[in-house]
Design a protein. Structure first.
Length: 437
């Protein structure tokens, strides 16, 4: 999903399955065109700051207004607030017309009934469903149902490494396996600098990495019929391996246990950490003054061998989707806005600004996205990324398990060992927080 996001608190998350009422000012029975000249838009924080996002978005919104006569009032919402704000809107009726959602939330928000379904008729209004790449469409809602949103930005995790720090440590190439990463990280963790950065207090970042590690251990967090299964041997081993990067291997600074809002990216840009696992970070690093020549980009490590399908998954399918509240009072305008934002021209502008990959096929082939960095991301999305579970309880899962990992990092930072038993207990507690059917 997004790149500097902190998960929403569980209290509001439990309201996820509550039936939605009117949003965006429309009627309770469906959308209308009562306010055809205005739209409200909640954008997610994609850049290094909210101000950066405003500078990226406003010129594009001005273009839309010039083309259509529709004025768009944008609010960039921090990831720490976004999910709770959306859930509150599904129940209160006080929400935007159009909004960005993390793609991993698609099925959960679909279950509220608040979002406009993108059936064949609606897709036809924006150029057709076949304009979008399959991996992006795979994170737009539950299988067998019309998508709840349209792909806007596609991202994948990569390993960013500081070339000078690697050279100074005598490391010739980036690590391809976790054993290599740990060995390199230990060489690099000295003199007040550390091998790897992390956002230990960011439950959403935690769940992304925990999911990938679980995939590499041949495990998942849900059974085939969608029931929570957080304590299998593979899942416990996966979470322990991730937490051990701080607890046992000591290549992540203990202070990273408190990081939740982009601090690990800043540390990498400043040369405090030699490696960073992040989603499409190039634009963020550039905005913080780090030259593209100063770092390299490689696939996220795997247990052994090279990234690929099956247990060599090395990223979740990350990205942002664009959704419309079903009860908007500018349904036609909202549809036009989605068409505008997913047009080839806008996809090039926006995904260039955020160093993400266009989920629109024709835009993705543009020469702008054929850089070495994007080659790694596109290859990952095509060959070795997996979508998080598209189940109705996915958002609760992110919060519960992501918070469990946060607590394990806090224990590690305090000098407490992370054991198989403590990991299993934390995951069991998380599973008990899931809704019961």
């Amino acid at each position: 999903m997004r790149r500097i996001r902190a998960a929403a608190a569980g209290a509001v998350t439990i309201s996820l399955l509550t039936a939605a009422t009117a949003c965006g000012g429309g009627s309770s029975s469906g959308g209308s065109n009562d306010s055809p000249k205005t739209l409200t838009y909640w954008a997610s924080n994609q850049g290094a700051s909210i101000e950066v996002d405003k500078k990226v978005l406003q010129p594009e919104l001005d273009k839309f207004e010039k083309q259509t006569g529709i004025k768009v009032k944008v609010e960039v919402v921090p990831w720490s607030d976004l999910l709770n704000r959306i859930l509150a809107a599904t129940t209160s009726g006080q929400g935007p017309d159009v909004l960005n959602i993390g793609n991993t939330w698609s099925a959960s928000l679909q279950a509220t009934g608040a979002l406009l379904p993108w059936d064949a008729k609606n897709f036809a209004k924006i150029g057709g469903k076949d304009r979008f790449v399959d991996s992006a469409l795979g994170s737009t809602g539950a299988q067998g149902k019309d998508p709840a949103a349209v792909p806007l930005y596609s991202m994948a995790y990569a390993l960013y490494y500081n070339k000078k720090m690697f050279a100074d440590a005598g490391i010739a190439q980036p690590p391809a396996t976790w054993d290599e990463l740990v060995a390199d990280g230990k060489k690099l963790s000295k003199g007040g600098k550390w091998g790897l950065g992390a956002e230990g207090s960011n439950p959403s970042e935690n769940i992304h990495h925990a999911f990938v590690f679980a995939q590499q251990h041949g495990a998942g967090f849900f059974t085939a019929d969608g029931k929570p299964d957080f304590t299998s041997d593979g899942t416990v081993a996966a979470v322990k391996q991730y937490a051990d990067l701080m607890a046992k291997d000591k290549i992540i600074a203990p202070g990273n246990a408190e990081y939740a809002q982009n601090q690990s990216v800043s540390d990498f840009a400043k040369g405090k950490n030699a490696m960073l696992l992040w989603q499409s970070a190039s634009a963020n690093l550039k905005s913080q003054g780090m030259s593209e020549d100063a770092y390299g980009i490689a696939p996220v490590p795997v247990q052994s061998g090279t990234p690929g399908t099956g247990t060599n998954v090395n990223s979740m399918v990350a990205g942002i989707n664009l959704a419309v509240f079903k009860n908007t009072d500018n349904l036609d305008g909202a549809t036009k806005f989605v068409k505008f934002m997913t047009s080839d021209a806008e996809q090039k502008v926006l995904n260039t600004a955020y160093s993400s990959i266009p989920p629109v096929k024709t835009a993705q082939t543009d020469a702008t996205f054929n850089t070495p960095a994007n080659a790694v991301l596109k290859d990952t999305l095509a060959k070795s990324a997996a979508a998080l579970p598209q189940v109705a309880d996915e958002s609760q899962f992110e919060t519960a398990v992501g918070t469990a990992v946060k607590e394990l990092f806090a224990a590690a930072a305090a000098g407490h060992p992370v054991t198989t038993e403590s990991v299993k207990a934390a995951l069991q507690k998380a599973q008990q927080q899931m809704p019961t059917k």
